[in-house]
Design a protein around this ligand. Structure first.
Ligand SMILES: Cc1ncc(COP(=O)(O)O)c(C=O)c1O
Length: 368
């Protein structure tokens, strides 16, 4: 194997982020404090939404969002069949029932037509993601929510920086959540955010983040909550990254364009499709390919190229559902079955060089 390693994702952390951490140490304010508040207001402004609450990760953000929407045991929540586990597992965490709905063949996002077919009397929320930063058909999903008076929860963990019909993606629903895990478009090492357009929900989310306290440190616990606080050190990293976010998205788009150009004539590879009205944030660059597992293995072992199979199976095939440990319902999901058997995410991050992209493409073509 060549002495080379290309990761599938790479956070852009350096002097700007270090300066923020040092500053937090100097000011001796390390846990949730002024930087968290600044991060919240800056993110709210960026996403064009009135309220934002920073939390410790994207999973707990979904947990709190579902609780705030009042999801109770046995309630049904519609989820895309192909997503990261926590989009659905947090529904099961409430002892509620995820209802798996198929995705679109082109965008890999939940299919709005299928959502309507999945609605029952027990449906209490509809969730969607923007797979790999590629915006879902948000208006159609919100319209269905409105028609049936069911709240919509956007799991925007991968959406930051995208644009849908001229609107920023990530915070488009009644409640939206985001992740700032190390591999994400913007990173706080670990971190998350909950956005809402409603003041009442905002107050409840803030309380749920911190043991149900209305006022921090007064030890009056109004509702059941948890400790999901983000630290000021992490928020500082997020603030430094936010200044560079537009550049990150441009660079990610540049990488995707280069892949598109180099791979477009190859008949054995299906390239990602962005709908005409969308601007893709390119959290990932997914291709569809035969013999995917073998190709991924060879890229790693022979060429030092790390890829991601996201996701290997529809969520309902994960053990907790397959072994019926948790109840779920599913519609037919042929697209999720097909895509999860062929999908491979190639490396993408702002600093991925043209020569490395050429190397990835050449290695891939040799292997297919
Ligand atoms: C769609 C989606 N939802 C939720 C999460 C969970 O976020 P976190 O890792 O911050 O808990 C992720 C992270 O990979 C994700 O991609």
């Amino acid at each position: 194997m060549k002495n080379i390693f290309i990761p599938w994702a790479k956070p852009d952390v350096g002097q700007d982020e270090l300066k923020e951490i040092k500053n937090s140490f100097k000011k001796n304010w390390l846990t949730q404090g002024p930087k968290v508040r600044k991060f919240e207001s800056s993110m709210a402004k960026f996403c064009d939404v009135p309220y934002a609450v920073a939390v410790s990760n994207g999973t707990v953000a979904i947990d709190i969002a579902l609780k705030t929407l009042g999801i109770k045991p046995k309630d049904e929540v519609i989820v895309p069949a192909m997503s990261y586990f926590s989009t659905a597992s947090m529904v099961s965490y409430q002892n509620a029932v995820p209802v798996f709905v198929d995705i679109e063949l082109d965008s890999f996002n939940i299919n709005p037509i299928q959502i309507e077919k999945a609605i029952s009397k027990k449906t209490k929320a509809i969730t969607f993601i923007d797979y790999g930063g590629n915006p879902s058909n948000i208006d159609k999903i919100l319209k269905i929510g409105k028609k049936y008076n069911i709240p919509v929860l956007q799991d925007g963990a991968q959406s930051l920086g995208g644009i849908y019909k001229g609107r920023k993606t990530g915070a488009n629903a009644q409640i939206s959540t985001m992740s700032f895990h190390m591999a994400k478009i913007l990173s706080c090492v670990e971190g998350g955010m909950i956005f809402t357009h409603k003041k009442k929900l905002f107050s409840e989310i803030k309380m749920r983040r911190s043991h149900g306290e209305k006022k921090a440190g007064d030890y009056i616990h109004n509702i059941l909550g948890t400790n999901a606080r983000l630290t000021d050190m992490q928020a500082g990293i997020g603030l430094a990254q936010l200044k560079k976010l537009k550049k990150y998205i441009l660079l990610r788009n540049k990488v995707a364009k280069t892949y598109n150009k180099l791979l477009q004539d190859n008949k054995k590879i299906v390239l990602p499709i962005t709908k005409q009205y969308s601007y893709n944030a390119y959290f990932s660059y997914p291709i569809l390919i035969k013999n995917r597992d073998k190709i991924a293995r060879n890229l790693r072992n022979k060429y030092g190229i790390d890829t991601r199979i996201a996701y290997k199976m529809p969520i309902y095939k994960q053990k907790i559902y397959k072994h019926k440990q948790f109840p779920f319902r599913k519609l037919n999901c042929p697209n999720a079955e097909y895509i999860s058997s062929k999908i491979l995410n190639l490396p993408i991050y702002p600093s991925l060089s043209k020569s490395n992209i050429n190397y990835i493409v050449k290695s891939l073509i040799k292997e297919i």
